[in-house]
Write a protein that binds this ligand. Structure first.
Ligand code: AMP
Length: 420
């Protein structure tokens, strides 16, 4: 039997209503904050991500789905959205029409990670990018939006962690200090961290190895070496969050994987989803647009994992959305009334009534069972003595009440059904 690829998941019809409800909350919230939706292709040239995310990151060095197409171009399925959004902004010169562009998206992403609970190879993110302003209010706005969506979904066990990586200059100065410290402990670092020492020294903070964590517990922290401008930016972000009543913790070790972060980084975790607890993460990336040969524009954004959020909702028993009911099931008692029933269904459907009928020549009982299974609000019986008298029997499934309606008066029929 052919099965779905490991790390991918079918989203079955019975789950779709929860996805749609989440998407509705996402879309409505972004509308309130004036973000416009953007959709970019599923694949891009590999070099966009290599440059836009950074060669030394886990995503680029280990996790991308990359292949040569028939013309020999290296293609990558998008592992995240920021680089694509910035590419689109530059390609269409959107920054010329508007000095600040605020985008949101909902999209599948692809990363060849080791599949485990909460970690898929095709997963979905919603997120936002605001490009063109260095205002700390926008850093705060990202965190406020993400938190607001998670609250509207009914989630409770949330922790918001924030940190600042400062401007590149203060980060470079700090890296020297960190290097001096780690030089003293180099032999005790794990092999992976020894590699990161050269390629991406800040990422050693992300190591899960006990030997590394022991060393990093006493490491100097970037936040203690921030310059005045970076400190002021960070203070303003915190002030805005306090005013918006978003509870947060400072996590000085939150460096996040991507090379292009400046100033604020943040993550929201949930205590309801096990080891892979990050529901969303983001930060400011002032260097990215220039890195991708666009104008030197500051940007800030975040991405949230939909599967993990839905798992948190399931574990916290929120977002219990029932499958939508249909309005009407037409029960047909005689085979030679199928034409009439099918045509009536067609006319009702075109008038926005959701209708199902029997395609399997089932008995009356089996058709009634089907109507129940579909949770139909009404059933309509076509046939029998009533039909000979040009009448149809309409049954309200919520209370069992039956009335007769003229078979040739569709408006009358609709007037009963449409009263919800
Ligand atoms: P990132 O783009 O790595 O910052 O991830 C942002 C969010 O996307 C994470 O907090 C997760 O909720 C989600 N996410 C990232 N990678 C995966 C994955 N492999 N499977 C499922 N969700 C993921």
């Amino acid at each position: 039997m052919i099965k779905a690829i490991t790390g991918t998941k079918d989203i079955l019809p019975e789950e779709i209503y929860r996805w749609r409800e989440l998407e509705k909350i996402v879309i409505d919230t972004f509308r309130n904050y004036n973000y416009r939706e953007i959709r970019t292709p599923i694949f891009e040239e590999t070099k966009l991500f290599a440059r836009g995310i950074g060669e030394s990151t886990d995503i680029v060095s280990k996790e991308m789905y990359t292949f040569l197409d028939r013309s020999g171009t290296s293609i990558t399925l998008k592992p995240e959205m920021t680089a694509s959004v910035v590419r689109a902004l530059i390609e269409h010169s959107l920054y010329k029409k508007q000095s600040l562009n605020k985008f949101f998206y909902i999209s599948p992403m692809f990363r060849q990670e080791r599949p485990q609970a909460g970690r898929l190879r095709q997963f979905h993110q919603f997120g936002a990018e605001a490009i063109g302003s260095n205002s700390p209010y926008l850093d705060a706005e990202m965190i406020i939006i993400a938190y607001s969506i998670l609250k509207k979904l009914g989630l409770r066990n949330l922790t918001v962690k924030i940190n600042s990586l400062g401007i590149p200059q203060s980060r470079e100065n700090y890296k020297k200090i960190l290097r001096d410290y780690l030089n003293k402990h180099f032999n005790n670092l794990s092999n992976e961290s020894k590699k990161r020492f050269e390629s991406n020294i800040l990422r050693i903070f992300d190591s899960k190895e006990e030997q590394d964590q022991k060393i990093m517990a006493n490491a100097p922290l970037l936040i203690e070496y921030l310059d005045d401008e970076s400190l002021e930016h960070f203070e303003n972000v915190k002030k805005a969050l306090l005013k918006a009543q978003v509870p947060f913790e400072i996590d000085a070790k939150l460096v996040r994987g991507l090379d292009y972060y400046t100033h604020t980084t943040f993550e929201i975790t949930s205590a309801s989803v096990g080891a892979q607890s990050a529901l969303c993460g983001g930060g400011r990336y002032n260097g990215l647009s220039k890195e991708l040969e666009g104008p030197d524009l500051p940007g800030v954004g975040f991405a949230a994992g939909i599967e993990r959020i839905l798992l948190a909702c399931e574990n916290e028993k929120t977002l219990n959305i029932e499958e939508e009911k249909i309005d009407l099931f037409i029960v047909t008692l005689e085979k030679d009334l199928n034409d009439f029933a099918f045509n009536l269904a067609y006319r009702l459907r075109e008038l926005n009534v959701s209708v199902e009928l029997d395609y399997l020549d089932r008995s009356l009982k089996a058709q009634m069972r089907e109507a129940n299974k579909l949770n139909s609000r009404f059933t309509l019986i076509v046939g029998g003595e009533e039909f000979k008298n040009n009448l149809l029997v309409l049954k309200d499934m919520s209370n069992g009440q039956q009335i007769n309606v003229p078979a040739d008066d569709i408006n009358k029929l609709i007037s009963y059904i449409k009263v919800k």
